[in-house]
Design a binder for this molecule. Structure first.
Ligand code: C5P
Length: 244
């Protein structure tokens, strides 16, 4: 179902704005993303409130610290009722393992469904020049994404966040059950903003994304429902071939 594949990013910083977006976009998606801006403003209460409406919440806080700290933080985030939480793959295998184990244990202790724990690979705003020259990595972004995706899988995580341009490669490397969540989605002709490694919604689903994250192409559109509806139509048209 296309609505389950679309995660709308609530990149606002107040409860009032988030709830108004949720209301405006009712029925367009069953999944919303709460990022740093909204979480740092409103805390876990906003995650609970959105989850209580029946929507899934991708809590995008990109944890990156020593394994003990990340494990303990993951435990706390599970209590918010988020369906997906994430860490940076650059934190290493032990850190990713600690996050996954802590999330599963805490969910079990509380009798909650365990959230999916996914690893952010290389941010979709990073281009090759910045990756090599500023950040000092050698080789191609794709190779780094592949090795981090494999490390995430070996560390017991459920999937990765990567650029839509890397979906096919990650799918080949990590198999059909690995979750691939992709931001960096831009409908044809729309503004790139700060994103660099982008693809259209339909292109990402055809390539094998589990879910796509869309923010500004919907939230900054003059008619948000129309923008979301156009993306859903593109997703339906693109998934038909795969599911038949
Ligand atoms: O507005 P836009 O569609 O670019 O929003 C993309 C969302 O996905 C933002 O909330 C951003 O924080 C998030 N994100 C990303 N790249 C990642 C992980 C998350 O753009 N690698």
């Amino acid at each position: 179902m296309s609505k389950d594949k679309l995660i709308i990013a609530l990149d606002v910083n107040s409860r009032a704005e988030a709830m108004s977006l949720l209301k405006e976009l009712a029925g367009m998606s069953g999944f919303f993303k709460v990022g740093m801006e909204l979480f740092y403003s409103e805390g876990a209460g906003i995650v609970r409130e959105i989850a209580a409406t029946g929507a899934g919440v991708f809590l995008d806080l990109k944890l990156h610290d020593i394994p003990n700290t990340v494990g303990r933080a993951a435990r706390v985030l599970v209590r918010s009722g988020a369906s997906i939480i994430n860490v940076h793959a650059a934190g290493g295998g032990a850190m990713m393992r600690a996050a996954g184990e802590a999330a599963r244990e805490e969910a079990g202790r509380l009798g909650l469904p365990a959230p999916a724990v996914v690893a952010v690979t290389v941010l979709t705003s990073i281009d090759r020049d910045s990756f090599n020259r500023e950040m000092g990595y050698t080789g191609a972004i794709e190779d780094r994404v592949r090795s981090w995706a494999l490390l995430a899988r070996e560390s017991g995580l459920d999937g990765v966040v990567c650029s839509p341009r890397e979906i096919e490669m990650v799918r080949m490397a990590c198999g059909p059950d690995f979750q691939i969540i992709t931001p960096g989605i831009r409908p044809a002709g729309s503004d790139l903003n700060d994103q660099r490694r982008v693809m259209t919604p339909g292109g990402a689903i055809k390539a094998g994304a589990s879910r796509i994250v869309v923010g500004r192409p919907i939230t900054a559109a003059p008619d948000r429902r129309a923008a979301a509806a156009a993306i859903l139509a593109e997703l339906s048209a693109s998934s038909c071939h795969c599911e038949e």
